[in-house]
Ligand binder design. Structure first.
Ligand code: G3P
Length: 216
C-alpha cells in the first residue's frame, strides 16, 4: 500500500518525505486555504513547490464543475510537473472529463466518492485513483472501511485498474484498516502517519535496552 500525505503544508510534506516512506501528496481547495493559498496563480505556484519536494504523485484539484472548465484547468495543472495527477469531483461532468483525460494520457484522481456505484463509474471512465472519504462516511454513522472492502472486491472481480486511495483518514487505526480492506493507497494527515510509530512497549523496551547497555 502506498502512503500519501494529505496536506498542502510544505513543512509537513518535507517531514513525511524525510521519513523515506512517502509515495505522494494529495491536496484539495480546503487544505490550500488552510495554508492561506488562494487564487489560481498562487495555487499553481504552490503545486510547483510541492512537486519539487516529492517524486511521487501530487493530486491537484480542479474547481470548475463544468466539463469545459475542468478540461481547461486539467490541462494547465498537468503542465506544472510530470507527477501531477488531476483531481476531479465525482459528478456527471467530472466523469466525462476523466474519460477524455484518460484518452489523452492525463492521470486523474476521482474525489468525493461515497458509494460503490460511484466507484464503478470512475473505474469505467478510466480514473487512475479513486478517493472514497472514509472519515466523512464514519461521521454520518456509516462504515467507511466497509466501503473500501466493497470497492476492492468489485475492482478485483471486474479487473478494473483504478487504484483505491483511502482518503479522509482520521487516525492510525484507519490506516491499518484500509490496508486490511484492500486499499492501494492511503492518504493521511502527518499526525496519523506519525501515530503509527506509537507503542508504549517499544518505548519501555528501548529505555531498558539502553539502561542495560550502560550497566555493562
Ligand atoms: O483527501 C480528502 C480529504 O482531505 C478529506 O479529509 O478530513 O476533510 O474529511 P477530511
Amino acid at each position: 500500500m502506498k502512503f500519501f500525505i494529505d496536506t498542502a503544508n510544505l513543512e509537513q510534506i518535507e517531514e513525511a518525505n524525510n521519513l523515506g516512506i512517502l509515495d505522494g501528496v494529495t491536496t484539495n481547495p480546503s487544505l490550500m486555504a488552510k495554508e492561506g493559498i488562494t487564487g489560481g496563480e498562487a495555487v499553481n505556484a504552490h503545486y510547483e513547490k510541492i512537486c519539487a519536494i516529492v517524486d511521487g504523485d501530487v493530486s491537484a484539484e480542479v474547481i470548475s464543475t463544468d466539463y469545459v472548465g475542468m478540461m481547461k484547468e486539467a490541462e494547465t495543472l498537468a503542465e506544472i510537473a510530470p507527477n501531477i495527477v488531476v483531481k476531479i469531483p465525482m459528478i456527471k461532468e467530472g466523469v466525462k472529463a476523466i474519460k477524455t483525460l484518460y484518452d489523452r494520457g492525463i492521470r486523474t484522481n476521482c474525489t468525493l466518492v461515497f458509494s460503490a456505484g460511484q466507484a464503478i463509474l470512475a473505474a469505467k471512465a478510466g480514473a487512475t485513483y479513486l478517493s472514497p472519504f472514509i472519515g466523512r462516511i464514519d461521521d454520518t454513522n456509516w462504515d467507511g472501511i466497509q466501503l473500501i472492502r466493497e470497492i476492492a472486491e468489485i475492482y478485483a472481480i471486474q479487473l478494473y485498474e483504478t487504484q483505491i486511495l483511502a482518503a479522509s483518514i482520521r487516525s492510525p487505526r484507519h490506516i491499518v484498516e484500509s490496508a486490511l480492506a484492500g486499499a492501494d493507497v492511503v492518504t493521511c494527515p502527518l499526525k496519523s502517519i506519525l501515530g503509527l510509530f506509537n507503542h508504549p512497549l517499544t518505548d519501555i523496551g528501548l529505555e531498558k535496552f539502553l539502561a542495560d547497555y550502560k550497566k555493562g
